[in-house]
Design a protein around this ligand. Structure first.
Ligand code: AMP
Ligand code: MG
Length: 347
């Protein structure tokens, strides 16, 4: 299939991009899949009411079909079309964080969405993105849009259109290139089913920010268990992963350099993922900074692009520094641990 490509300038008045976006919206109405920028990462959208359309997402990505999708809407009234019994604290979260990088999991009305979106669950994950291009394509389609990240399953999520094309060119009907995305990591996913919110996936909106609006917020225990899990190569599902096997190393730069030297003596090509503060202290086949340690949102912004760029360097092993487990650092560590299949060395 030929993948249609449109370029839009998201900073300009959207009326100048109207015709590109409406062509893409028409493809969505015809149950085709289209990639578009959001403020988190590029999404791969399809009509959430059509099983035919949603199956095309799973096929293009190679995504396991028991992993449910997030439904994207452009106005609050759309929520009532397919959800019910929204908790008061969820309404507070919506008021504070929508449009934006927050996904809420709420009870789903039966028979409104394709069961392939919810993977048969009686709950659904919903988000209203704030990116003007995402907003406009959803609005013009008039549909709830199921949209996971627009990458091959298991690879780092795309933060630029070129990442999407590297993974999915020829497999999807179209892509809107609206420049690099903003946050750089996927949305925070919060379950709003019980009496209080539970974070299922950390993201750009932090636990602290959620708590200011909704009172105490718990992290899902599966997340904390993963953090504590011992080093167990290959035991867990890898996700967001670069080609070279990744290990997170919690240690001083000298210790990380020593480890890299040992691998090099074994004849291996080593890459090191670091930050701009420490970039110059390392000596390895490839050393890349993904932002500034003192501004973790810059790390979130560049993390996936940097991970992908190591794929060109033919490395045997990739070592990544660790980050503090607070604020957006929680989301960064969550993605790095997934990318590393939970391999973390404490030096
Ligand atoms: P992605 O589409 O790759 O950004 O991932 C969406 C995330 O939301 C995955 O971690 C899903 O497991 C999660 N998710 C989607 N729907 C639900 C749901 N109904 N209940 C719990 N988690 C969900
Ligand atoms: Mg994804």
């Amino acid at each position: 299939m030929k993948t249609m490509q449109w370029t839009v300038d998201a900073k300009k008045d959207l009326s100048t991009n109207y015709s590109q976006i409406s062509q893409a919206a028409q493809l969505l109405q015809k149950n085709e899949v289209v990639a578009f920028p959001t403020e988190t990462v590029y999404g791969l959208g399809a009509n959430a009411m059509s099983t035919e359309a949603v199956m095309k997402i799973y096929e293009a990505k190679g995504r396991p079909s028991d992993n449910p999708l997030i439904v994207h809407i452009s106005k609050i009234e759309d929520l009532e079309r397919f959800t019910e019994n929204i908790q008061p604290y969820a309404e507070e979260l919506i008021k504070s964080f929508w449009p934006g990088p927050l996904t809420i999991v709420v009870p789903c009305k039966q028979g409104k969405l394709s069961t392939k979106v919810t993977a048969g669950l009686d709950t659904v994950a919903v988000r209203m993105p704030s990116h003007p291009v995402a907003m406009e394509i959803i609005k013009q389609s008039g549909l709830p849009i199921a949209a996971p990240s627009a990458n091959l399953s298991g690879k780092p999520s795309p933060t630029k259109a070129v990442h999407v094309l590297n993974d999915l060119d020829g497999k999807i009907a179209g892509i809107i290139d609206g420049g690099p995305t903003g946050v750089g990591l996927e949305s925070t996913v919060v379950s709003c089913i019980g009496e209080a919110p539970v974070i299922l996936r950390p993201g750009g909106i932090t636990k602290e920010e959620l708590e200011r609006v909704a009172g105490p917020v718990r992290m899902d225990e599966a997340l904390t268990d993963e953090r504590k899990a011992p080093i167990s190569p290959g035991m867990k599902y890898r996700h967001y992963a670069p080609v070279a096997p990744l290990t997170i190393v919690d240690g001083r730069p000298e210790q990380i350099q020593e480890l890299a030297d040992r691998y090099r003596q074994e004849g291996l090509r080593v890459g090191i993922l670091t930050t701009k503060e420490r970039e110059s202290v390392y000596n390895a086949s490839s050393v890349k900074s993904c932002g500034s340690r003192s501004k973790l949102d810059t790390v979130a912004y560049s993390l996936y692009d940097t991970l992908r760029s190591f794929d060109d360097d033919e490395l045997d092993i990739l070592l990544a520094e660790s980050f503090p487990d607070e604020g957006v650092g929680k989301a960064i560590m969550n993605r790095l641990l997934k990318a590393a299949g939970n391999k973390m060395l404490q030096l």
